[in-house]
Design a protein. Structure first.
Length: 557
């Protein structure tokens, strides 16, 4: 929106005389706004805010009209795209009038007038206008220390993310509706299951009562099945124990056979060694084997050779016992498996008899209506289940979409795209301002301050340093804001230069003058002391006369 003029009277300290400010269409001017504390410098900005939005932070509406005259009036004219807008508000008495292209706004069938203006006409919510367009030393929340929620609201609107927020809200509401549908399907399925169970139970009772004889037969078959099944389980347990025993005996057989073979091999080796001693000479070196050592060694080998056949014979007997045990176990296993096979055959026959009896009962036509009811319930259950599955898939899809539209989704990617240009602009202006530290925004839009490679806290900066840093950030963001809202043409800097040294003030004003000319933003530099006049286009002198505030405009040549 582009503000064309503002008129007001009896606003706070201003009197009954109408005060007027007008702005040229294609020209931006830098206004030096001077006055003592309490004369009403900030009131001009507040009058514009009140005219547009009908409210002011921290101020009761009853406190706005001049205490002596009452009868507050503000009138603002602005251009919003192709719409000429005129808004007039009053307090004590209250009135509110809106003209769109010269025609009074018709409230019939519309949302509240103020909501319509902000959403459909301005396109800029109150908090954005207040925090960015009108910057007051008393009200402005520094970007260095601004809360995450305030920053999020401003950045969302500034970068055009509001549409993503609206889409995310729409998806969230749709997902909420789907959750309601899913709960409804769940209740329907539960009711269908309960009804189907009830009807099935009734059918079973009627089938059971219809033929006592068949009922007894069925019960008898069931008992026999249970008995056979129990016997089968016992046989299977016995089979498993036999298999376990066979495994153990097999291991024992393999161990004993191994030991038997080893003993036989050792006996053969002993016999060969004894045969050498019988020759009397070493077969290799032909040395005699008649010494005491050899005689003693020969006796040891001979004794061992005599003992080993006894061990081998005993081990052979044990092996035969194991073989016998294995044969017996395998015979028992075969017998058990045969019995299990016979039991399985008997169980199958009994089950077939049971199914035959049940089939004859179920084919009884007198219960067809109950079967049809069950079939209907099953169809309903399938339909409700399909609807539930479909809704569940949609719910999961919307959940994923909502995450994409959230803070860590598309927004984060967009901010990462915007940040390099913004940080480059901030770096260039920081150099021009001779800031001794570096400023940079991360992808969460938190301002990181570094000095000599170390990150520092914003609160460790002096007031003047913070104001210079804020000014650099504000100018960089205003450039982006101007791209987002090209018709914006107004900026108030209220006491923003206090606590800044003279060199800093001069540099700030030079940069500011260049930026506002390029961006076509009329800018009011509000200060309580004199500033370098030559940089400004006009001076707005505010003073008190007969107890009421007023201002005079002087063109600076």
């Amino acid at each position: 929106m582009r503000i064309k003029s503002i008129e007001f009277k009896n606003f706070a300290s201003y009197g009954n005389k109408v005060q007027t400010l007008s702005f040229e269409d294609d020209k931006a001017e830098l206004f030096l706004t001077l006055g003592k504390n309490g004369d009403g410098k900030t009131t001009i900005a507040n009058a514009i805010v009140f005219a547009l939005y009908g409210k002011l932070d921290g101020v009761k509406m009853s406190e706005l009209p001049n205490r002596i005259n009452k009868n507050l009036m503000v009138r603002v004219k602005l251009q919003c795209k192709s719409i000429e807008v005129e808004i007039e508000r009053g307090l004590a008495p209250a009135h509110f009038k809106v003209l769109l292209n010269g025609i009074e706004f018709d409230k019939a069938g519309k949302k509240s007038v103020q909501d319509y203006l902000e959403e459909e006409i301005y396109g800029i919510p109150y908090h954005v206008f207040k925090n960015i367009i009108i910057l007051s030393v008393n009200d402005f929340k520094s970007f260095l220390t601004m809360s995450g929620n305030d920053k999020k609201q401003i950045i969302d609107k500034m970068f055009g993310f509001s549409i993503l927020n609206d889409m995310q809200l729409a998806v969230k509401n749709e997902r909420k509706n789907l959750k309601t549908d899913l709960d409804s399907f769940e209740r329907d399925l539960r009711q269908i299951n309960e009804s189907m169970t009830s009807v099935q139970k009734k059918l079973n009772e009627l089938l059971a009562e219809s033929d006592q004889k068949n009922k007894d037969s069925i019960q008898d078959l069931k008992n026999r099945l249970i008995h056979l099944d129990e016997n089968k389980k016992k046989l299977e347990e016995a089979r498993d124990k036999i298999k376990e025993a066979i495994g153990k005996e097999t291991v024992s057989y393999e161990k004993k056979s191994g030991s038997h073979n080893i003993l036989k091999y050792e006996l053969d080796q002993l016999k060969k060694k004894l045969a050498l001693y019988e020759q009397g000479t070493c077969p290799t070196c032909e040395a005699p084997l008649t010494g005491d050592f050899h005689q003693h060694r020969k006796e040891e080998l001979s004794n061992k050779a005599n003992e080993m056949p006894v061990e081998i014979e005993a081990l052979s007997g044990e092996i035969e016992q194991v073989k016998t045990a294995l044969r017996d176990l395998k015979t028992k296993e075969t017998q058990v498996l045969d019995k299990v096979s016979m039991l399985n055959s008997s169980i199958r026959n009994l089950k077939n008899e049971l199914l035959s009896i049940k089939s004859s009962l179920e084919n009884n036509g007198q219960f067809d209506h109950l079967k049809q009811i069950i079939n209907d319930f099953e169809q309903k259950e399938n339909q409700a289940g399909e609807q539930k599955d479909k809704s569940s898939k949609e719910y999961l899809f919307l959940e994923a979409v909502e995450e994409i539209l959230g803070e860590d989704g598309v927004k984060n990617l967009a901010i990462k795209t915007i940040l390099p240009g913004l940080n480059a602009n901030i770096a260039a202006m920081s150099q021009t301002m001779h800031l001794p530290f570096q400023l940079k925004f991360n992808d969460k839009f938190d301002c990181i301050i570094t000095h000599l490679g170390q990150e520092i806290n914003a609160m460790t900066l002096s007031t003047g340093e913070r104001k210079k840093a804020d000014f650099v950030i504000i100018i960089a963001i205003i450039k982006i804001l101007k791209l987002r809202f090209p018709q914006l043409n107004l900026l108030f800097l209220d006491e923003l230069l206090s606590s800044v040294d003279s060199d800093g003030i001069y540099n700030i004003l030079k940069i500011l003058s260049q930026v506002i000319k390029e961006s076509k933003i009329n800018t009011f530099v509000i200060n309580h002391s004199q500033l370098p006049h030559e940089i400004f286009d006009k001076k707005l002198q505010i003073f008190r006369e007969n107890g009421f505030s007023k201002f005079e405009i002087e063109v600076i040549e």
